[in-house]
Write a protein that binds this ligand. Structure first.
Ligand code: NIG
Length: 399
């Protein structure tokens, strides 16, 4: 059964060979899809078995959210409130979420994940990466990674998030656990490994040990780096050939030079800087130097409890001096590059039919109308979408 999305006012393909400029824009366009695959993109008026009238709206590739921590229990609204009253963010609250997550049980974790995915889909996201990092024991990391693997193949093991209470003062012993029994237990469920390379979490040697163990186990590498201060993380990530170094809030000239000379993506997480009252990264300097950049939501209960990529785009434009087109590219093809994918983040024949339709005539409205629920429809996704039945049950249970 084919479907034509017709009467599209502005179509962003991200395929320069198909349209104008780097975003490959086509005006008065249509897209024909067959099930989960794009058949053709082109001028309005194509014919198919069914027709969806976009009514002059703008259509974009679905967002690729390459950094989330969506499997957790509980929330940290009180911590956020204290922070807004002046308390600094230091990542210590991760242990609060760890306790709630360990106690929650598999079903509650899956319910919470489904709620976040439902939200993300309504917000236009069609690919998500999901990190662990709130279990921090062999058993609980195995549970959280297997819950994540139940919905997506973009799963990341982040046992090296912080040192759990029972290992306080024994960080090296904990790193041995992460690199040994914990990695063995999560290995069937994950594609990537990550570590939080930051003062108060893991130093460069410990982070390197974790990444090396992951690489030896056949995992791809990513790293949380330079979130709270300048430090060795970004250069370590580049040196190790990470697909992405994430946060990059504090970038030195040397960091930018190293990134620009590599194929490591700098993933910015503007909502985390917003929610922790941090400065924003110098995206302009990085882009002008030739760094490949992504932006992602970092959905987690501590530093960034949002699934809205539109919000991140608006912040990147307003506060990181990115152009609207750069921010849209960072949230689509940038996210895909951070996951070393070239199938998602674009709309082209034979590619996946993952797209979002915004209730506006042009892409500029994504930044121009911050906070407005602009997403009109999202089609497709490469994660398991929560069923309507699940949603109905959840709504009943919470009413
Ligand atoms: O990416 N920085 C480390 N990890 C998360 C925060 C997790 C939390 O505070 O719960 C992040 O911001």
């Amino acid at each position: 059964m084919t479907l034509v999305i017709d009467n599209i006012g502005e179509l962003v393909t991200n395929a320069p060979e198909l349209g104008a400029g780097p975003l490959g824009i086509i005006e008065n366009a249509s897209v024909v899809v067959d099930g989960a695959t794009v058949v053709s993109v082109g001028a309005a008026g194509a014919v198919a078995d069914e027709r969806l009238d976009a009514g002059g709206r703008c259509v974009l590739p679905g967002f690729v959210d390459s950094h989330t921590h969506m499997v957790f229990a509980g929330d940290r609204a009180e911590e956020f409130t204290r922070r807004m009253a002046g308390e600094p963010y230091d990542g210590g609250g991760i242990r609060v979420t760890m306790q709630a997550t360990r106690a929650a049980g598999r079903e509650a974790l899956r319910e919470g994940l489904d709620r976040h995915l439902h939200e993300a889909h309504r917000a236009g996201t069609t690919t998500v990466e999901i990190k662990s990092g709130y279990g921090l024991s062999v058993e609980s990391e195995a549970e959280t990674t297997s819950v994540a693997a139940g919905v997506t193949s973009e799963t990341t093991f982040m046992g090296a998030h912080v040192v759990p209470d029972e290992y306080l003062g024994r960080t090296d012993d904990y790193v041995d656990l992460v690199c040994g029994p914990m990695l063995d237990a999560v290995r069937p469920h994950v594609r990537w490994i990550d570590a939080f390379c930051e003062e108060g979490a893991f130093d460069a040697d410990q982070s390197r040990a974790v990444l090396e163990a992951g690489r030896a186990a056949g995992l791809g590498l990513r790293l949380h780096a330079n979130q709270l201060d300048y430090g060795p993380g970004v250069r370590l990530g580049v040196d190790m050939g990470c697909a992405s170094v994430d946060h990059c809030t504090y970038l030195s000239g040397d960091d930018i030079e190293a990134l620009a000379a590599s194929d490591t993506v700098a993933t910015f997480l503007p909502s985390a800087d917003f929610s922790t009252r941090q400065p924003y990264p110098d995206a302009r300097r990085a882009i002008d130097a030739g760094v490949t950049v992504a932006i992602a939501s970092n959905c987690n209960p501590g530093s960034s409890y949002t699934t809205s990529i539109s919000f991140c785009i608006a912040l990147a434009v307003r506060d990181m001096n990115m152009t609207i087109d750069e921010a849209i590219a960072a949230a689509t093809t940038g996210g895909a590059a951070a996951l070393r994918r070239n199938d998602v983040g674009r709309l082209a024949p034979d590619g996946p039919a993952h797209l979002t339709i915004i209730d506006a005539p042009s892409r500029h409205h994504l930044a121009y109308r911050p906070g407005v629920p602009l997403i009109w429809r999202t089609l497709g996704a490469d994660y398991v979408q929560p069923s309507t039945e699940h949603e109905t049950r959840r709504r009943k249970a919470s009413s």
